[in-house]
Ligand binder design. Structure first.
Ligand SMILES: [Zn+2]
Length: 90
């Protein structure tokens, strides 16, 4: 899993700039402006590894590693606003 310590400040800054390129507000959907995979999921590449952008957004915002997939509460697959993401809890 992604280790926050492996990311430089510049990588984190670039990630948020890609997640929220138009400086949308905290309640808006943040539409990922970076790469997407073959089924249109937003992806981010760090240090040669590919991650779902929403997982990285949640991780950077919450500061912990997800054992479960990150879900969109807004149901918008491109959204990377951490306020719209959650982890399913049984
Ligand atoms: Zn959203």
């Amino acid at each position: 899993m992604l280790e926050l310590a492996d990311l430089t400040d510049q990588q984190i800054k670039d990630f948020w700039a890609t997640a929220n390129p138009k400086n949308w507000g905290p309640d808006d959907c943040w539409i990922w402006s970076g790469r997407r995979n073959c089924v249109n999921n937003p992806i981010a590449v760090f240090n040669g590894k590919t991650y779902y952008a929403q997982n990285v957004a949640f991780y950077l915002a919450q500061g912990f590693v997800m054992a479960k997939p990150v879900l969109h509460r807004c149901k918008f697959i491109q959204c990377c606003n951490p306020n719209h993401l959650s982890v399913h809890v049984d």
